[in-house]
Design a protein around this ligand. Sequence first.
Ligand code: NDP
Length: 280
Amino acid sequence: THLILISVSTVLMAFLWRDTFDAESVRGARVLVTGASTGIGEQIAYHYARLGAQIVVTARREQVLQRVVEMCRKLGAEKALYVTADMSLITDPERVVKFAVDNLGGLDFMVLNHIGSSNFAMWDGDDDHVRSLMQVNFLSYVQMTSAALPVLEQSGGSVVVVSSLLGKLTTPFVGPYSATKFALNGFFGTLQHELSMQNSNVSLTISILGLIDTDSAMEKVRGKTYMIAYPASDAALHIIKAGATHQKESYYPWFHYFTCLFRDWFPHSRDLVIQKSFTY
Ligand code: NDP
């Protein structure tokens, strides 16, 4: 019986998660990627470039963005432009969307990926940091979505929100960051319902990532956790495919689907395991 159950669930999972991605669906697409100067966002830009998309990248550092744009052109982007912006400023999120729409003549994919910096440490009582991180990691996503929705409605486009396992379950040392990711899952989960109830043309994907080997993440967790980090380039391709195939929620690495599924089954043991996976 066990063998049959395992086989059936393996076939079912293989069917549910089969790769239905068609690279042609991204060729020539008009794409905006935030937080694209480094890490996963930079890799997202390069994958879109290889797929022949038209790309606008954004972050704060101009010289780094210039290099990303040059690389995108070399890799085969039909168009590659950058716009500098600081998402902690109230007016920049809308300005970035307008820049992309004006320069690309519309928008097909908007990938919201940027995050402000935060410590990997016990919360020290700094509520100002929580407030400012909310603007960068959460409110700016809401502002950009609000600005882009009418354009995406016309093109039948997609919003992809890069979230985290830390927006689904809690661990020590990441209070402010985790709060912004829970906020994203709550807000954009609600929006998914509402778009569906209104028969909207816009698809909205939330990508849930586990630990990824970007420089900024590795710098924070080195020597402090036993968790394995997965490659940024693979995470980036996963995000693009999830958006292009209109998945509502996607998980990278895939087994975090089960992490979330089993999250509340044994809360006491779960919390012990979580706390034991960090050095303190
Ligand atoms: P990075 O720290 O490598 O990159 C962050 C990006 O955001 C950079 O391009 C940075 O560029 C930009 N940025 C920072 N502050 C601002 C600001 N105020 N305004 C505009 N842009 C800003 O992040 P990762 O690549 O590691 O993470 C990318 C996404 O993946 C995030 O949403 C993160 O939460 C998610 N994720 C990552 C995991 C990981 O382990 N790496 C795990 C789970 C989720 P600049 O400094 O030039 O502005």
